[in-house]
Every structure is written in structure tokens, then in C-alpha cells.
Write a protein of this length. Structure first.
Lengths: 308, 107
């Protein structure tokens, strides 16, 4: 396992006062709180900061950690001192906290984890993000998750438990929505029940669809004559192309609603089609003449609203 | 080393999920008055008048869990929790709008 430099994690000197440590911890806890931070490794950093604080805020644990000496580098391969002084000490942690902390932490303090094991306590809830595509959100999907975690055995030692979950994602989940998997979080302490696992849905961006809750937005280009004369055109939906009637005299930016064509649910979302008028480029003389005739035929100032 | 494979279908925290205050407390692992304070602060808006009539939607469950995490981890009071939660949600909304606008600029 790797040596962890708790002082470096909190960004404080080895002779930092308890106040220094508290201030550094509070600042980093705000910075890396998974609900606040957008950094991808926020959750891992937050745990690390908590682990460092757990040790350094307590004079006895700090002394035990300091006793390892200064020679270690962060990330260096670490072997706990054989049967060393720690065995004699009495450290109190809740087993569910132990499960949050690193192997390094457990090797230093873990053997006494069972000191408070008798109390039955529910395990911590855990959170994970799940990226899925819009098409999968529309039709539902299955995702395989593999979770590894340290578990405190009844004798107080740590072992690793690996669970593979085949999670059924129902059709119609939306961005940021959470799915609760009861009893799949961190194991409880003593006879306590396990916590829950919460999966937060993260929808992948789609080349042309954009989801807003259950509604789907799409920009659809149309030709000027389709806008002017009206037309029945094909537009994409998550369930495949459908026909949409463009009213005569439509302008770019006009939004048309396809009721119930968004993500499924009770009620399902809608699809909003925003029209975008694409003018064809005139290449041939005939095409250019056609544009000139339009310019002569229409008394049209597209910039009238700008007062020019 | 222990290995397990489990097939599982979870509960989506959406408008279809309705829970009571007692159930919400269980879901949040909260045993104190904090959830009542958060209703007083207007952070959580349950249906129903009295606490024993309160009904929370799946969306409120998500907000409650997040609020309690912030309150516990950063040692906030109810008013501070309410402010943090509202600002975080506003940032999320703005980020989502920014994403849309940035995509449009690239089109």
C-alpha cells in the first residue's frame, strides 16, 4: 500500500497548530465537497481530506502517525511496522468510517476498529455517477457496476468485498435524476443494515437532440420555400422519424411541439422542434436570376426591426 | 476476497415517488429536527399542512439528502444550508444553459 502524507494533503507544515489544521481542513472541505465541487475527482479528494483530518485533529492519532517518521514520501510503498506500538494503543473509530478510509489508514489504526463494533449502526449511503446515452434513457438499459470495498470482519480485520451489480435503468430517466439501490451502500457496523447506493444519471450529449428534463429539443433546418409555402417534412424523434407539418409563413426560430415525443413517463415529455431556415447557395446563372427576381418581387427589409 | 453478482432494479427518485417525513428521515439517515428546520427555511416544500401530513416527492428527497450532507460536512446552520443549496442549484441551471448556448455557437 502507499504511504499517505496527511500534512501534504491538508497543505500544512508538520508543526502546524491544531487551529492551522482546522482552518486548512474547513477550507478544503468546502472546496472539494462533492455537492459543491465540479472537479472530477472531488469525491476522492474529499475523502482524503477527511481521512487526513481524522488523524491530524486528534493529538493521539497525530502522535502515532508522526512516530512513523519523516522519511516517507507520499505514494511510496509502505509496510506497517510489524507488531509495532500501534497494537498497544486504543483507537476508536466507527466501523462505517473505517470503510471510507484508505488501506494505509486501516493498517495504522484498523486493528482496533472493533473497539466500537458492538453498536449496530447503519452503513453510509454511497453515491456514484452513471453516464448513459439519450437513446438508452429513452428505451431503458442495463448497466454493470463493479464495486470493491473494504469490509470489517467480526474479528476486526479488513477484507475486500467485490460486488457486481446488473442495474436495470428504467426508460425515461432524466439528467441529474437519482436511482436508489436499497442496501447496496457501505456495510453497516455490528448488526446494522447496509447503507443505500444512489446512482446519479449523467446524460451524454447527443449530436442533435438536447434533453431538458423529459422534453427534447432539436433544431431542424428547412428551405425558404418550405417556410414560406408550408410543407410536410420528416423530423427525427427518439423513436424514429415522424412527419411534421410546417405552417405556411413560418420564420426561423419558430418552435413547434410534438406532444408526447420526448422521454417516456407519466406524462411523457414533448419534443420541441425549432425551425432554422437555410438558404441554398446560388451557383448557376439560373439560380442567381431566381434570387434577383425575388429581390425585385419582394419589398422586404429583413433588418426593419433594427431601424436600418 | 468475497465476490457477488446481483441483478437489481432501483427506485427512481422522480415525481412518482412520494414519501412521508418518517420515510424521508430514514432515507436521509437523519434522526434530529434538521428536516423540519429545512421545511421552515423553505428549502423543502412538502404537500400537506402538518408534519404528519407532509408528503415529499422524489425530487425533494434528492434535495433533502444533499442539504443534509452539506449541513453535516460543512457544519452549516439551516439558513446557511438553504443558501448553499439554492446557490448550487442556480449554478447547475446556469451551467446547463451555458452548455446549450455554447453548443449553439458551434453549430
Amino acid at each position: 500500500m502507499e504511504y499517505k502524507d496527511y500534512y501534504k494533503i491538508l497543505g500544512v507544515a508538520r508543526d502546524a497548530t491544531p487551529d492551522d489544521i482546522k482552518r486548512a481542513y474547513r477550507r478544503l472541505a468546502r472546496k472539494y465537497h462533492p455537492d459543491v465541487s465540479k472537479e472530477t475527482d472531488a469525491e476522492a479528494r474529499f475523502k482524503e481530506v477527511n481521512e487526513a483530518n481524522e488523524v491530524l485533529k486528534d493529538p493521539e492519532k497525530r502522535a502515532a502517525y508522526d512516530a512513523l517518521g519523516r522519511g516517507w514520501q507520499a505514494g511510496q510503498e509502505f509496510h506497517p511496522p510489524p507488531g509495532g506500538g500501534f497494537e498497544q494503543r486504543e483507537f476508536h473509530f466507527r466501523p462505517e468510517d473505517m470503510a471510507q478510509f484508505s488501506d494505509f489508514f486501516a493498517s495504522l489504526f484498523g486493528r482496533r476498529a472493533r473497539a466500537s463494533e458492538a453498536r449496530a449502526r447503519r452503513g453510509e449511503d454511497q453515491n456514484a455517477r452513471l453516464r448513459i446515452g439519450l437513446a438508452e434513457a429513452f428505451s431503458g438499459t442495463t448497466r454493470q457496476l463493479t464495486l470493491s470495498e473494504p469490509v470489517v470482519e467480526p474479528n476486526g480485520r479488513l477484507t475486500t468485498r467485490t460486488r457486481t451489480l446488473n442495474v436495470r435503468i428504467p426508460a425515461g430517466v432524466t439528467q441529474g435524476q437519482q436511482i436508489r439501490l436499497a442496501g447496496q451502500g457501505a456495510p453497516g457496523g455490528g448488526s446494522g443494515a447496509a447503507g443505500d447506493l444512489y446512482l446519479e444519471i449523467e446524460l451524454d450529449t447527443h449530436p442533435f437532440f438536447r434533453a431538458d428534463g423529459k422534453d427534447i429539443h432539436v433544431q431542424v433546418p428547412i428551405a425558404p420555400w418550405e417556410a414560406a409555402l408550408g410543407a410536410s417534412i420528416q423530423v427525427p424523434t427518439l423513436a424514429g422519424p415522424v412527419n411534421l407539418k410546417i405552417p405556411a409563413g413560418s420564420q426561423g426560430g419558430r418552435r413547434l411541439r410534438l406532444k408526447g415525443r420526448g422521454l417516456p413517463g407519466h406524462p411523457p415529455g414533448d419534443e420541441f422542434v425549432e425551425l432554422e431556415i437555410l438558404a441554398p447557395v446560388a451557383h448557376t446563372d439560373e439560380q442567381k436570376a431566381l434570387y434577383r427576381r425575388m429581390a425585385e418581387t419582394f419589398a422586404f427589409n429583413p433588418r426593419a426591426s433594427l431601424g436600418v | 476476497m468475497v465476490r457477488m453478482v446481483i441483478d437489481i432494479e432501483g427506485v427512481v427518485l422522480d415525481e412518482g415517488l412520494i414519501v412521508t417525513l418518517t420515510e424521508l428521515k430514514q432515507l436521509c439517515g437523519s434522526s434530529d429536527q434538521m428536516l423540519e428546520y429545512l421545511v421552515d427555511e423553505g428549502v423543502l416544500c412538502p404537500q400537506g399542512r402538518r408534519p404528519d401530513e407532509w408528503r415529499f416527492s422524489g425530487r425533494e428527497v434528492r434535495r433533502a439528502r444533499r442539504a443534509l450532507r452539506l449541513q453535516r460536512d460543512l457544519e452549516l446552520n439551516p439558513a446557511g444550508t438553504a443558501l448553499a443549496l439554492e446557490l448550487i442549484e442556480e449554478i447547475e441551471t446556469l451551467r446547463a444553459r451555458l452548455r446549450v448556448l455554447e453548443r449553439r455557437l458551434r453549430l
